[in-house]
Design a protein around this ligand. Structure first.
Ligand code: SAM
Length: 542
């Protein structure tokens, strides 16, 4: 079998921690400060930054803007203590900031996922429109920038952030984010954060005030200049602090980008941006140009099915409710479509998606199968996610199997040598979609890699067994980490007891698409293509 020439060293993985599919986790719920935990009386200053630091001045109402939100927020969104009725106190904090605090605290305290917990908090607080957008920006921005914000808070406070009480620490992170990355005037960022701290960590209000004033004395660039190691001597350390990513992830990205640190920096910057929402106009059910008109979006640049939404959340678009389209990153559309368009001799009626949940790629492949008289078998090991696949593929020629994809040959519904086209969209670290999962970069660890890569190898080997001679297997990850991409695919192909050869995956993507490298595999990138960093290798069974 032929292999990609740039096979990297696989010896860097260590330890064990299993992948937990995102949708299976309970969202967790922020148990926000309620009732008698509030103390609205002016707290005494119990905690202060180091004495030799200036605590006054330094922040300006007219600081340069970098974020999307302008101006101060209305305060008093939360009613105060109702003395007549003796009802529990509510914090004197405006609702969007309070909602963001609850979400950030739930992520750190309960291991919640921001994309799951925030919508329920917004609903509970009745936040919509501009207020919901502000709460979302604060939550996602604060979580993305946590690493760098913590370094700045630690310097301003003169102590490690681990030694600051969690409620005060999360409130400070939100305050520091507003000061350094939004257009919120500094006086408003400081006073609203101090109000918040007064509600959630009453003894720390004075401390928070002093720390925030210290932070406000520099802009984001000046803090990076002060705290980051020099680019010349420690480029990974510099980029990690400047763009708020863990060092091991910066190193992995740099390696996947061939050591180009300038391009690595562009990727890290892109990871900190609000990701676009892409729709997939299901072939045969919706025309992308008409769908773009219908939703006020624009047809995608690369995928023949993509529609770019202009304004954030898709909400309850009729096209989604009617199954004419689904939300899907353009990169995911491209890799699924690559499998469908790859030239194939002989029969072409049996398609297989070996890792289907929650069903995005099965939705697209199912729609294509319907047009071509084929049938897709969609396999998913998690019961909950198998149900999601059923919902996502309703009305399409798709059979959902709730089983382990590695049972090929043992399960009568997964016979060996039977399928014409097989997709393995393997469980992975998800480092290619950090834009969408703001806390993920801080949760993932290098120790996640060994169990994941073992599972990836086993699933790819099973996929090769499932394919008929001459049949095609697409191996996909939403991670550019070379251990999950090149190492997994070359090792699995080498160990498989069936022969397989690489197909040049570049030829299966739209003609003229830039930045696809030397082949035969393809790595998509947010900063090059505007997609998640999807990896694609296509193998033909001999
Ligand atoms: C990256 S996700 C797939 C995303 C999906 N293809 C889509 O586009 O919506 C990987 C999926 O594989 C599932 N999975 C993990 N181990 C599996 C196994 N042994 N057999 C089948 N599915 C598995 C996970 O539960 C998860 O839903």
């Amino acid at each position: 079998m032929s292999t990609p020439s740039d096979r990297p060293d696989s010896s860097r993985s260590d330890s064990s921690r299993s992948d937990s599919p995102r949708g299976d986790r309970s969202a967790g719920r922020a148990d926000g400060p309620r009732g008698d935990r509030f103390d609205r009386s002016a707290p005494r200053r119990s905690d202060a930054p180091r004495g030799d630091r200036p605590t006054g001045g330094g922040y300006r109402g007219d600081r340069p803007a970098s974020g999307g939100y302008r101006g101060d927020r209305p305060t008093g969104g939360r009613p105060g203590f109702d003395r007549r009725g003796g009802r529990p106190a509510r914090p004197a904090v405006d609702l969007p900031r309070y909602a963001a605090y609850q979400a950030v605290a739930a992520v750190h305290r309960d291991d919640a996922y921001a994309n799951l917990v925030l919508p329920s908090i917004l609903r509970e607080e009745g936040l919509v429109g501009r207020d919901a957008a502000f709460a979302t920006e604060l939550t996602y921005g604060t979580l993305r920038h946590t690493g760098t914000l913590d370094a700045i808070i630690a310097d301003a406070a003169g102590r490690d952030v681990e030694r600051i009480d969690p409620p005060a620490r999360d409130a400070l992170r939100l305050g520091a984010y507003q000061l350094l990355h939004t257009r919120v005037p500094a006086h408003a960022a400081v006073s609203s954060t101090v109000d918040l701290v007064r509600s959630v960590a009453p003894g720390a209000a004075g401390f928070a005030n002093a720390v925030l004033r210290e932070i406000a004395g520099r802009d984001a660039d000046a803090w990076v200049a002060k705290l980051a190691p020099p680019m010349e001597t420690d480029p990974v350390g510099h980029l990690a602090l400047a763009y708020s990513h863990p060092q091991w992830i910066v190193r992995a990205f740099a390696e996947a980008l061939g050591g180009d640190l300038g391009e690595t920096a562009r990727l890290l910057i892109e990871d900190n941006e609000r990701p676009p929402v892409h729709l997939c106009a299901r072939p045969g059910l919706a025309d992308p140009v008409e769908l773009a008109d219908e939703v006020g979006g624009a047809p995608g640049a690369f995928s023949p099915y993509a529609v770019y939404l202009s304004g954030g959340a898709p909400g309850d678009l009729p096209a989604l409710a009617q199954g004419r389209a689904h939300v899907q990153d353009e990169g995911s559309q491209l890799v699924a479509n690559a499998l469908a368009v790859a030239p194939l001799d002989g029969p072409d009626g049996h398609w297989l998606d070996l890792c289907a949940g929650p069903g995005g790629k099965s939705g697209l492949l199912g729609a294509l199968a319907a047009q071509r008289g084929a049938r897709l078998t969609a396999v998913e090991v998690s019961e909950h996610r198998a149900r999601l696949v059923e919902q996502a593929t309703r009305g399409l020629p798709v059979s959902v199997l709730h089983t382990d994809g590695r049972t090929v040959g043992a399960d009568p519904d997964l016979p060996e040598g039977h399928f014409d086209r097989v997709l393995v969209d393997a469980p992975c670290t998800g480092l290619g979609s950090l834009r969408r999962r703001p806390e993920s970069r801080w949760r993932r660890q290098p120790s996640d890699l060994p169990p994941l890569t073992r599972l990836q190898r086993e699933l790819l080997t099973a996929a090769l067994r499932a394919a008929r001679p001459g049949g095609l297997v697409a191996y996909v990850t939403c991670s550019p980490h070379v251990v999950e991409t090149h190492v997994t695919v070359t090792e699995a192909a080498r160990r498989a007891d069936v022969p397989a050869d690489f197909v040049d995956a570049r030829t299966l993507l739209p003609p003229g698409m830039p930045g696809l490298g030397d082949g035969p595999t393809v790595q998509l990138w947010p900063h090059r293509h505007g997609t998640d960093a999807m990896f694609l290798a296509v193998l033909r069974r001999g």
